[in-house]
Design a binder for this molecule. Structure first.
Ligand SMILES: Nc1ncnc2c1ncn2[C@@H]1O[C@H](COP(=O)(O)OP(=O)(O)OP(=O)(O)O)[C@@H](O)[C@H]1O
Length: 376
């Protein structure tokens, strides 16, 4: 199948922009995820690809076949697009058996009885539910119902599979298994898939590539590694993983290294940076929680040394095999992890030189510690 291309897509509801000039390409056979916080426009983008919403601007095409071209008022109906869809609620027909649920889209497409039987058998085989074809949805577990919904989306061999949070109704354990199973199924069928989720773990573990959206805009597109290790802006670093931020001012700039002074507290950091910033520039330093080491008590490190920041422990949570800590340092709420409980309130945070993020943007007001601390 050719690539699916979305160019300059904008969607409005009652004059309010829900999707703002979004462009991306999904390659043949790829598992591509739209990820972002609630309300950022993921479902609207997916529904517009499906033909359930009409964009105000932009083009969606699969190779030369134009699904929609807003400027030319060209619009294929959902049926004409031959896409498979599974939404959050599986929406199986409760009064129909599994095989009758699967037969519906085939009847709509006027497949012969023999063709229906063959395709239903193949699709149920793919999802491992062949022996369940005569059951009704209420005679199946949540996970099995979700598989039937997928089989129903695959039964007419769509060119692209669109999945909107299909695992969100499953409990945590089942969800883990369903995730592994879904990835295997997608790979064995080799179908181009666009997946919508706000669950970063799901996005990182399932996707070949993902797009992070924020406030209707596309913030970054890349492989899970690229997005996690090289976020292109503070919002992406903040949304993926547990990241903390410090406001800082550049003191010295050298070949690939910056020395910065923390603006809202004590501390000097030496930071590897591919981008050179002039001395005096205000920057934001981002650090992933797994890179922050907590040393206790504070006199473990004799005096303020480079990359050591004095911090106060606010909260420790045991999450099985490790602790997650929330601390206040340099006026910010900082996340850290460790294998051992902390006995001291006053500790040092030690951050590495490599692996920190340097952003030219300032920390958004919603993330400033004064607001966050109120909620502690
Ligand atoms: N039919 C509609 N009418 C009016 N506004 C809508 C409609 N559908 C979505 N919106 C608005 O468009 C914006 C984007 O919504 P959308 O459902 O695409 O977000 P999302 O990223 O999928 O969120 P979630 O993860 O909560 O499902 C939101 O502000 C939402 O309130």
């Amino acid at each position: 199948m050719p690539d699916l291309i979305v160019e300059g897509l904008s969607v409005e509801f009652n004059g309010q922009t829900a999707v703002d000039d979004v462009t991306f390409t999904v390659n043949d056979g790829e598992f591509f995820t739209l990820l972002g916080p609630s309300g950022c426009g993921k479902t609207t983008t997916l529904s517009t690809i499906a033909g359930l919403e009409t964009p105000t601007k932009g083009i969606i095409r699969v190779g030369p076949e134009i699904f929609v071209d807003a400027a030319k008022h060209r619009f294929l109906t959902p049926e004409e697009r031959n896409l498979g869809m599974v939404f959050q609620s599986y929406a199986l027909w409760p009064h129909m058996t599994v095989e009758d649920n699967l037969a519906m889209p085939l009847k709509i497409r006027k497949a012969s009885k023999a063709e229906q039987n063959r395709r239903i058998g193949d699709a149920l085989n793919q999802v491992g539910l062949l022996p369940y074809r005569k059951r009704y949805p209420h005679e199946l577990s949540g996970g099995q119902q979700q598989r039937v919904a997928l089989a129903r989306a695959l039964v007419y061999s769509p060119s692209v599979l669109l999945l909107d949070e299909p695992l969100s109704n499953l409990d945590a354990k089942l969800r883990d298994r369903a995730r592994a199973w879904l990835k295997e199924l997608q790979q064995s069928v080799g179908i181009t898939t666009i997946y919508v989720t706000h669950d970063q773990l799901e996005a990182l573990s399932l996707s070949d590539r993902l797009a992070v959206m924020g406030e209707g805009k596309m913030l970054q597109v890349g492989t899970p590694n690229e997005i996690y290790d090289h976020p292109n802006c503070l919002a992406v670093a903040d949304f993926i993983g547990r990241c903390s931020f410090f406001r800082a001012k550049v003191l010295e700039t050298g070949a690939g290294t910056l020395v910065v002074d923390l603006v809202d507290g004590e501390g000097t950091l030496r930071v590897t940076s591919a981008t050179a910033f002039a001395a005096g520039t205000h920057v934001t330093i981002g650090v992933r929680s797994e890179l922050v080491k907590v040393s206790q008590p504070r006199d473990d490190v004799p005096a303020i040394s480079v990359n050591a920041i004095p911090a106060d422990l606010k909260k420790a949570s045991y999450v099985g095999a490790r602790y997650e800590f929330e601390l206040m340092a340099a006026g910010q709420l900082i996340f850290a992890e460790g294998e051992h409980k902390l006995d001291e309130q006053q500790v040092w945070l030690i951050v590495p030189e490599d692996g920190l993020f340097v952003f030219a943007e300032d920390i958004p007001p919603s993330r400033l510690a004064s607001d966050v601390e109120d909620g502690l």
